[in-house]
Design a protein around this ligand. Structure first.
Ligand code: ARG
Length: 651
């Protein structure tokens, strides 16, 4: 039982006697911002006062008179215009801690109404090397699945691999024209990756050659406009003057953006022009863009050669990806890629059409939606199906197979428009009971404030990133504990290197971009995995030094004693673990759990400074402190485990 849900439950009885819908009011009961005023604060009297046309202070005292907080709160106070400050009863807290101590779940209840969640995460496009963007989805999705399961929901994880898209046409084209057979025999996936990049370069080249003159012409036009505006006589009146300035500013940004785009395209052209092999191939393959697309179309239409190549490539690529998942200790319940739904796509289109939801536009089949200007296209005029069509088939499958209550899509924020439309079409189609949520996340940035890239300009490959994190962690492990064996150093490096990487990602609010930085990620201080792992190891050190037997501590608990204020604060924080997990699931934000664990570790550090275990002035106090230590370590370990991160007994 966590205090917040207990308080809300008790307020619920009182508030439902005063208004019809009290949910919103209950959500206004929150942990207190300042512990001086209490542990929790109920701010519901103000809106309620407004609603009922009475003074909030009067309402607050009415609530306080009726709400049953006996045994739960030891102090209830009204402050200011009608805030209700609540202090948790020490005996309640102590008995909660005693129960948590004996409980493998640390006193966290299972939800009363378990639901079935499908979590779509990681979902990289196979055959393109995985990059740093894919880790965000992977880490966030894995953490959310673990938290859901821990609190008692069913979470089905599904890696919706992009195994059917245009990249296969590109690789097939590359394979047919540019294959290095010896390299393919030796390291097939690396060679496929090379082919993908090679074809990409040639395609970009031709696209750029076509696009640059168009862009340059429009750039000239913009510059002409700019010159015109600049030479206009001053309009004299202030408003028009301002208008003109604004127009010029906007024009200037537009010109800069376009000039940058032209420069980018020219760089791509130059790259090819500067390499005799590339130039030769570019000239020999003027229609590579269309032809690569035709290879994809042939694959989708069941062409035997292309189908054969796809069947040859896919397992190779999957094995390669699996290596990364193994290193990250990520497992999926299902990996139903886009290709799995291939035979269902025609049915999706015909069913939506039969139900009258589609319209033809320019030969394409579309679903028009009220709140979007552009429709969702579900079949192109050449007959090809799209990403959206597959996603619709996927929703249908997930509903029919698992009867999901919720489907979460942990995908880059740049796809939000896709998901908005997808969810609208799905609801229109009849899937209107299921919660559909785009759990979006921001971009991983480099130190230059731009999306994280290597010096060569490629997005950073994932395996190189993991190598680097682990090798830096190995350096730290070796220098801190030179006496340990090399095997042990590697073990430590894996736990803190991979853990640090995951935590750096998870501890940022998923909506924001964040800067990738190895030093910060592995720092011993601050909100890092290393700091939490270190706190855990510190407790293990105390337990070792005092020769404490944790089994007997848990089996024969003594009373928790709050001799020092920080002991009570630590106890309260520990009992709030379940609250943090509930909060993670409100908006599917793992960083809430990170913050909780960080604050817990900070409190533990204060406790460690002020409250000696070994020199406690009585056996009872020593026992109580050992209990707090044990609960802290177990909460950190469990919390990190839910984030997919390990701990070490010694660091
Ligand atoms: N493969 C896609 C990409 O890499 C992400 C897929 C996300 N899941 C989905 N059901 N659309 O961009």
């Amino acid at each position: 039982m966590n205090p917040l849900s207990e308080i809300r439950a008790r307020f619920s009885t009182t508030l439902s006697g005063m208004v019809d819908d009290s949910d919103n009011l209950l959500s206004m009961i929150r942990p207190a911002g300042d512990s001086e005023f209490g542990d929790y604060q109920a701010n519901c009297a103000m809106p309620l006062g407004k609603q009922l046309g009475r003074s909030p202070r009067e309402i607050a005292s009415e609530i306080c008179e009726t709400v049953q907080l006996d045994g739960l709160c030891q102090k209830i106070e009204i402050a200011g215009p009608g805030f209700i400050n609540l202090t948790i009863d020490d005996d309640w807290l102590k008995s909660g801690l005693t129960a948590a101590l004996a409980d493998d779940r640390l006193g966290v209840d299972r939800v009363s109404k378990p639901k079935t969640f499908v979590i779509d995460y990681s979902s990289p496009n196979v055959a393109k090397p995985m990059h740093v963007g894919h880790v965000r989805s992977t880490f966030i999705g894995d953490a959310i699945s673990k938290v859901l399961r821990f609190v008692g929901h069913t979470a089905i994880s599904d890696n919706h691999l992009g195994d059917w898209g245009t990249q296969f046409g590109m690789i097939i084209y590359g394979y047919k024209h540019f294959l290095d057979e010896a390299a393919y025999r030796q390291e097939p996936v690396a060679e496929l990756g090379r082919l993908y990049k090679y074809v990409r370069k040639l395609m970009d080249y031709h696209a750029a050659v076509k696009r640059v003159p168009e862009l340059e012409a429009s750039l000239d036009e913009l510059k002409r406009k700019q010159a015109d505006l600049e030479s206009t006589d001053s309009p004299g009146d202030k408003k028009a003057e301002k208008q003109l300035k604004k127009q010029l500013r906007q024009l200037k940004t537009k010109i800069e953006d376009q000039a940058e785009a032209v420069a980018g395209l020219k760089a791509k052209i130059l790259e090819v022009d500067g390499d005799p092999d590339l130039v030769k191939d570019a000239l020999a393959h003027p229609n590579i863009n269309q032809n690569a697309q035709l290879e994809t179309a042939a694959l989708h239409e069941g062409d035997a050669t292309n189908q054969g190549l796809w069947e040859e490539f896919l397992p190779l690529c999957r094995q390669d990806m699996q290596k990364i998942y193994d290193r990250l200790d990520i497992k999926f319940d299902y990996e139903l890629g886009e290709s799995f739904y291939h035979s269902e796509l025609a049915n999706v289109v015909s069913d939506l059409t039969d139900k009258g939801f589609t319209k033809e536009s320019d030969g394409a089949i579309c679903v028009f939606l009220d709140n979007h200007n552009a429709p969702m296209i579900i079949q192109k005029r050449d007959g090809a199906y799209l990403y959206s069509t597959t996603d619709l088939a996927t929703i249908k499958y997930r509903m029919e197979k698992w009867n999901a209550d919720a489907c979460l899509y942990v995908v880059d924020h740049r796809q939000s428009e896709h998901f908005e439309k997808l969810f609208d079409v799905a609801r229109l189609w009849g899937f209107d009971e299921v919660e559909l949520a785009h759990v979006a996340f921001g971009t991983v940035m480099g130190p230059d404030g731009k999306p994280y890239k290597t010096r060569s300009g490629d997005t950073v490959g994932l395996s190189g990133l993991l190598d680097e994190a682990e090798s830096r962690a190995l350096e730290i492990a070796t220098s801190q504990n030179p006496e340990l064996t090399e095997e042990r150093h590697r073990e430590i490096a894996n736990v803190i290197g991979i853990g640090g990487l995951k935590y750096a990602d998870l501890s940022h609010n998923r909506g924001s971009d964040y800067e990738f930085n190895y030093e910060k990620m592995l720092a011993l201080r601050g909100n890092t995995a290393t700091y939490l792992q270190y706190s855990y190891a510190r407790v293990q050190g105390i337990l070792r030094r005092t020769e404490a037997d944790v089994d007997s501590i848990r089996a024969n608990p003594g009373e928790f004693l709050f001799e020092n204020e920080v002991e009570r604060q630590l106890g309260l924080k520990l009992i709030r673990f379940g609250e943090a997990l509930d909060e993670v699931l409100v908006e599917y934000k793992p960083n809430v759990l990170c913050n909780y664990l960080f604050e817990l570790s900070q409190l533990f550090a204060q406790f460690f400074d002020k409250c000696s275990v070994k020199d406690a002035n009585s056996e009872d106090l020593k026992q109580s402190r050992l209990q707090l230590c044990d609960l802290t370590a177990r909460t950190i370990r469990r919390g990190l485990e839910l984030l997919g991160i390990g701990v070490l007994d010694k660091m």
